[in-house]
Design a protein around this ligand. Structure first.
Ligand code: AMP
Length: 201
């Protein structure tokens, strides 16, 4: 399987673009945020545990996140002919990036591209405020929003340079209209997925 990661801060339009990208290339869409929100609709102990982190805008512990995520990947992959997955919202820190690399290589699969949605911070803040009014997510309190943005810039964004050194990063200008962003993504990811698999060692 050839996998793709999509990365960008809250408010970059990542959810919308991820849905379109996965549909366009027949990838399994794995959004950790969506998986957790679905889980939190139940009232299991696991749901309670996850809710405590999500509502504060903190990261759910890495081990729990990986367990839930890769179980979902196996589950979806078993039921489909998909050629790969789109990881949306994962990895978010160095430890998760390592787990992803190890898991992909253990499975004999490949990370083919990392889509980086880049949006100016002032644009983000305006969009996030608009979305908070519309969606009423339990983690859209000002404190949780600030925390999520800070985690993005401190822990997630630095991962991009490592992927860039491996030639995986597709930079996309997220300040454009949703349609223009989608067109740029399709063009550049199409190239990346068409490349023959690279050998890593
Ligand atoms: P999102 O919809 O991607 O913004 O995710 C919503 C919330 O789910 C985050 O603020 C975290 O609490 C949790 N979450 C999502 N993805 C991860 C991840 N990769 N690692 C840890 N927590 C996550």
């Amino acid at each position: 399987m050839k996998h793709v990661v999509i990365v960008g801060p809250q408010g970059a339009g990542k959810g919308t673009q991820a849905t379109r990208l996965a549909a366009r290339f027949g990838l399994l869409h794995l959004s950790t945020g969506d998986i957790f929100r679905e889980l939190m609709r139940g009232d299991s102990d696991l749901a309670e545990e996850v809710r405590a982190y999500v509502d504060r805008g903190e990261l759910v512990p890495d081990e729990l996140t990986a367990k839930v995520l890769f179980a979902r990947l196996d589950d979806l992959a078993a039921k489909s002919q998909a050629t790969g997955a789109l990881f949306d919202g994962y990895p978010r820190n160095e430890a998760q990036a390592q787990v992803l690399d190890e898991t992909i290589s253990r499975r004999g699969e490949e990370l083919a591209a990392v889509v980086h949605l880049d949006v100016a911070l002032d644009v983000l803040r305006a969009r996030i405020a608009g979305r908070a009014a519309e969606e009423r997510r339990s983690d859209d309190t000002p404190e949780a929003l600030e925390r999520r943005l800070r985690i993005y810039f401190e822990e997630t964004q630095p991962l991009i340079e490592r992927w860039r050194a491996r030639g995986l990063v597709v930079d996309i200008n997220g300040d454009q209209s949703a349609n223009d962003v989608a067109a740029d993504i399709v063009r550049d990811v199409g190239h990346a997925l068409a490349r023959p698999a690279r050998s890593h060692h």
